[in-house]
Design a protein. Structure first.
Length: 78
């Protein structure tokens, strides 16, 4: 399994709707509201061999209200 963190910027006024829609997909480990340039931070685990871009696009990017995402891939836990 690989761990990814995805920062999500929502269109103004849609953060709660986006968070609810993500919650319905049940393919994330954690979802947090954040301050700063990004509205949400999502932690997800994807199986080894799964294409990261396809997984993100197919699972989350069709949600109305998502304006932009920034994906951070991790390599090793210390």
């Amino acid at each position: 399994m690989r761990t990814l963190f995805v920062q999500i910027r929502c269109k103004p006024g849609t953060t709660y709707q986006v968070a609810d829609a993500i919650g319905l997909r049940e393919k994330f480990a954690e979802l947090h509201s954040t301050s700063g340039d990004w509205d949400l931070l999502m932690k997800i685990y994807i199986p080894d061999g799964e294409d990261v871009g396809h997984f993100i696009n197919d699972t989350f990017l069709g949600i109305d209200g998502i304006e932009r995402t920034h994906t951070i891939m991790t390599f090793k836990a210390f």
